[in-house]
Ligand binder design. Sequence first.
Ligand code: SF4
Length: 371
Amino acid sequence: MDRFELRASALTRRDFIKIAGATAALLGLSRALTPKMVKALENTAGKPAVIWLEGQDCAGCVESFLNSLEPPATTLLLDAISLRYCETAMAGSGYKAEEILDQTVAEGGYLLVIEGAIPLAEDGLFCTVGGKPFKDIVRDCAKNAAAIICVGACSSFGGIPRSGPTDAVGYLYRGTKLHHFYDDVGPKPVINLPTCPLHGERLVAVIVHYLTFGTIPELDRFQRPKAFYGYNQHENCERRAHFEAGEYVTDFGNPAQYGWCLYLKGCKGPWANQDCWKRRWNQRTNYCIRAGIPCVACSNPEFYESVSPMYKRQFDTELPGIGRVDLDKVMAVVGGAVAAGVGLDMAVSRATGRWKTAKGEKPPDRDGNEG
Ligand code: SF4
């Protein structure tokens, strides 16, 4: 065996139609494109090659992806794609595995999936594989890649490792700023699929789009597909009515507060851009807020430092166009201080774009985009 061709049971045409239909829906594409997608999937069995690298990570993204059943991400990956290298999923190891990696890189034209942050401090010695700094492995693999897909918050923006001493960055970004470390690799498509961990459906959709059209879906300014990250959590939250009514969870043990807004428990939904509210996780069973966990905005470049402490009440916070807001006033809302409640609603409304200036313009959002 000269390469890892991990295969599951063969996909049927029915499977291809199911995947193509789901992908069209995910990306907001016309159903009329489904036959084209089916054809692309049928014609690409065994290719293109995929290299999946893991750096400063917890392997949560690859596990999240491999556990996806709807659409059947694993079957797609193993049957329609040639997975050449993936430390968590491949059977091989050692020199043979590295040989396959080198061979695939030499062939070129593969999809490079990066999971985990890339530490740059101390010349990259905080993360090495086979004695080689991960930052150099990424560069070597990126050069001949057709496109680069950063899965999870860490490889997109640095994620949780960015709060440590290793100068952990994503492939393009150190938080919200471009770091230009890989400029010498040259221009090529880079897609960021943040959240912690990755949602498998988003990766499947990007791969199917690439197989079908040879291009990547439309991206926002942080290289995130607009189809998945063009929504605001707070605007679409099922607890929103409680937010508007001033009903905030202050005691998780109080049954009377079941389903109330989690803002005072640290929810960052007003700043979070993603579609988790409709995507949901674990075969669309549930997601953080519906399960009673405050949103931590893990899809945003600022995750994780700027959203800490994640599950504790923030004493004050910076709101775009407003400045620092004293959240003691928020607590006063719960106590019935109406004037403070008006202030909070105005502040959050402004942060989410519902607020308008006296001239009727929207203020800049958290990323500085003009309204
Ligand atoms: Fe939902 Fe959080 Fe907004 Fe409350 S603050 S409505 S829980 S997103």
